[in-house]
Design a protein. Structure first.
Length: 184
C-alpha cells in the first residue's frame, strides 16, 4: 500500500513522477504532443545552411567569412576588365586567400583559393560538395593534382605542403564572355 503522499491527484488516472513531483497525465500528454514539433524544429535548424557557398546568393558571402573566421573585402570593379562579375576576397587567419566571384545576377558562380593549407571545401562548395566528393577524377589527376569536370561543376586543385591553390566554378552560371582563365 502506498503512503498518502503518493496518491494520484486524479482518482482513476495513473500519474508519473518526476523528481518527486507529480505530473498530471493531461500535462504529460501535452508535453509529449510537443515532442515531435521540437524534434522537427531541431532538425530544420540543423539542416539549415549557415554559410554561403558556390551557387548561393551574394548577400551570404559574409556568412562564408564568419564560418571560415576570415576577413573579407569587395575588390574594386575597376580592377577587372569585365564588369560582368564582382569579386570578394576572404583572408583566413591561417593565411588562405579565397576569392568568390559573383555574377550580376547575384549568384556566386566561381571561387578560387590559394594558401599554405587546403580550405574547408565542404563550406565553400556547400550543396555541391557531395557531387565533388563522389565525382570521378580525370585521368591526369594525381596525389597532388585533382581535376573534376562534371556538367554542373568543375574543380581544379593542386598543391603540396604549404602551397595549395584551386578553382571551382559552375559552367552554367558563368556570365557571358567570362571563361575560367579570367578567374584569378
Amino acid at each position: 500500500m502506498l503512503p498518502e503522499s503518493h496518491v494520484p491527484p486524479f482518482p482513476s488516472a495513473p500519474c508519473n513522477h518526476h523528481r518527486g513531483r507529480v505530473v498530471p497525465p493531461s500535462r504529460l500528454a501535452s508535453l509529449l504532443a510537443l515532442l515531435p514539433l521540437l524534434v522537427l524544429g531541431a532538425g530544420l535548424l540543423a539542416a539549415r545552411p549557415v554559410h554561403a557557398a558556390l551557387g548561393e546568393a551574394e548577400a551570404t558571402v559574409s556568412d562564408d567569412a564568419r564560418q571560415l573566421r576570415a576577413s573579407y573585402a569587395l575588390q574594386s570593379r575597376a580592377a577587372w576588365t569585365r564588369s560582368a562579375f564582382t569579386v570578394y576576397e576572404l583572408a583566413t587567419p591561417e593565411g588562405i586567400r579565397i576569392r568568390e566571384f559573383v555574377a550580376a545576377t547575384g549568384t556566386v558562380f566561381a571561387l578560387t583559393w590559394q594558401g599554405p593549407f587546403r580550405p574547408d571545401l565542404r563550406t565553400l562548395l556547400g550543396a555541391r560538395f557531395q557531387a565533388y566528393a563522389s565525382a570521378p577524377r580525370s585521368a591526369d589527376s594525381t596525389r597532388t593534382r585533382v581535376r573534376i569536370e562534371q556538367p554542373g561543376l568543375v574543380v581544379r586543385a593542386t598543391g603540396h605542403m604549404h602551397a595549395f591553390r584551386g578553382l571551382a566554378y559552375l559552367p552554367d552560371a558563368m556570365p557571358a564572355g567570362v571563361n575560367a582563365g579570367d578567374l584569378q
